[in-house]
Design a protein around this ligand. Structure first.
Ligand SMILES: Cc1cc2nc3c(=O)[nH]c(=O)nc-3n(C[C@H](O)[C@H](O)[C@H](O)COP(=O)(O)OP(=O)(O)OC[C@H]3O[C@@H](n4cnc5c(N)ncnc54)[C@H](O)[C@@H]3O)c2cc1C
Length: 483
């Protein structure tokens, strides 16, 4: 009943009147509601729903960046992994492109597809198992959801992103960096096993020990070889409390020197940092560190802060629950949503800068940076140690220490400002690339297939052969613009 009802809903939506709903880039022809309906006739019954109404398609033609809009012909909200297998096989037969979508928090069209099918994985959001060392979760589960459940067992994923309302599948597709990455690598380094629907339409499991070629092609693989449907994620013991230190510096070199020292010594559990506005219209630097603890063992502030050269007297120290610390962006996001700023365009720049040139490179940009360039968005700057990073497609400079440098811009909805910011992103990307740096591919940088080939460089052949093997018809994730 449910299956035929959902199929009828699709066909009704499409047949109501014959209109042009898109352009099939593969077949180079216009798609009308009637032609799409006749194509979907052959789709086997689904447990979930394939939406073709304009509201569903418009929602899938947008993301957090609000810079790119590509209209799919349909949006699948799967109710089972089998739905994804069926739709990928259907798409393959009909030469339609497919993009998975987690929470759509990319900034440059990465989860979108023109005249193809978006698979909105947020409807697959069950935590199947939570054990003492790992959790098995659907790809649509949010990190906040997993954290809440794991904390009830005094456990946590080793690495959390700053914002935890992102999907597991979405961050495992890009990497997933956070303030504990100097200790545990990125989120993809903490995955034990994956369930993947490949572009060939096969459901496969993979891990470091079994089907490794698929495992390494999918983690941080930008959705090119498969759709992650389920993941087994490592958990570690969680301390219930966090002591958070904000330390301010006027000098970039002193700031990064302390950051480098702290990550080398692993003195804190968490280290990040930001370039923040100062009172005189310039910039200063804020080191953000946290020490996690369980009472009665309080952190010793004197030991933690000894030898650091922040501006004495400006430090801010606060105790929070571990969950409140992990969820620290919730109130800011609520405010930004309420004020509408959250829905402004976000031409974000995210780079990995080689440690040996970080001060020179960042200093030269900050020297000319204004609040108009950032739109009051945060500017992140913090180091990670690359010996913690194990996945080949997570690309960072070949140095012991690299810095994440992100200008998380908010733009007014005005085309000239947006294009200036995108051009700046491109310029900064190129300068960093010429110094041996990489982009972190979540942001908005105009990028060509040749740029991607250069980005993957030493692992390009590996990615290419995985693509040919697992997505032979090049269906998956065209929004990245790689193939
Ligand atoms: C406010 C905010 C804070 C952020 N903070 C951090 C941070 O601290 N650290 C960090 O690393 N990143 C951070 N990000 C970036 C974020 O990790 C990425 O944009 C991530 O991809 C978003 O997850 P999502 O679920 O919204 O994925 P989406 O934007 O929906 O998808 C991202 C890409 O992955 C593909 N994809 C999605 N799900 C799957 C799947 N199951 N299988 C295969 N491919 C899939 C999509 O097609 C797309 O190409 C932040 C983003 C925002 C908006």
């Amino acid at each position: 009943m449910e299956n035929s009802a959902s199929r009828r809903r699709v066909l009704q939506g499409l047949m109501a009147s014959t209109i042009v709903i898109g352009f099939n880039l593969v077949k180079r022809e216009w798609i009308t509601s009637a032609s799409a309906a006749s194509e979907f006739e052959s789709l086997p019954p689904l447990d979930g729903v394939l939406y073709t109404d304009s509201a569903a398609r418009a929602a899938a033609a947008d993301d957090f960046g609000h810079l790119i809009h590509r209209y799919p012909i349909a949006v699948l909200k799967p109710a089972s992994v089998e739905d994804i297998v069926k739709v990928v096989r259907f798409a393959r037969t009909h030469k339609l492109k497919v993009a998975a979508r987690g929470q759509g928090h990319s900034s440059y069209g990465q989860p979108q597809v023109e005249a193809g099918i978006v698979i909105d994985i947020s409807s697959l959001n069950t935590i199947h198992h939570l054990g003492r060392e790992w959790a098995e979760v659907d790809a649509g589960v949010l990190w906040s959801q997993l954290l809440q459940l794991s904390l009830a067992q005094k456990l946590t994923p080793p690495v959390l992103t700053d914002y935890i309302e992102l999907s597991v599948g979405g961050t495992l597709t890009v990497g997933g960096i956070g303030g504990t990455s100097h200790r545990y690598g990125v989120q993809v380094d903490n995955v034990i096993e994956l369930w993947v629907v490949t572009g060939a339409g096969n459901l496969e499991t993979c891990s470091r020990f079994q089907n490794k070629a698929l495992f390494t092609a999918v983690l941080a693989g930008l959705g090119q070889c498969g759709i992650i449907v389920r993941a087994k994620i490592r958990l570690i013991k969680a301390n219930p409390n966090a002591r958070v230190f904000l330390l301010f510096y006027n000098d970039l070199t002193a700031f990064t020197r302390d950051q480098r020292l702290l990550v080398a010594q692993r003195r804190f559990d968490y280290i990040e940092g930001q370039v923040v506005p100062d009172a005189s219209g310039g910039w200063r630097y804020m080191l953000e560190a946290a020490s996690f603890y369980t009472l009665p063992n309080l952190p010793n502030n004197n030991i933690l802060l000894s030898g650091l050269s922040y501006t004495q007297g400006t430090e801010m120290i606060e105790d929070k629950s571990y969950f409140d610390f992990a969820n620290r962006l919730a109130s800011t996001v609520a405010f930004l949503k309420q004020s509408g700023v959250w829905f402004y365009p976000h031409p974000w720049l995210d780079l990995f800068v080689p440690g040996t040139v970080a001060e020179r490179f960042v200093g030269s940009i900050v020297a000319n940076l204004t609040l108009a360039d950032t739109g009051q968005g945060p500017v992140l700057l913090y180091p990670i140690r690359t010996n913690r990073l194990k996945l080949p497609l997570f690309r960072v400079p070949k140095e012991e220490v690299v810095f994440l440098f992100s200008i998380l811009r908010t733009a007014p909805p005005d085309a000239s400002t947006i294009s200036r910011m995108l051009a700046d992103n491109r310029t900064f990307f190129e300068r960093n690339r010429d110094l041996g740096g990489y982009r972190y591919p979540v942001g908005a940088i105009p990028f060509s297939p040749a740029d991607w080939q250069q980005h993957f460089h030493s692992v390009w052949d590996q990615l290419l052969s995985a693509k040919r093997r697992y997505d032979p018809d090049n269906l998956l994730t065209p929004g990245q613009g790689i193939f």
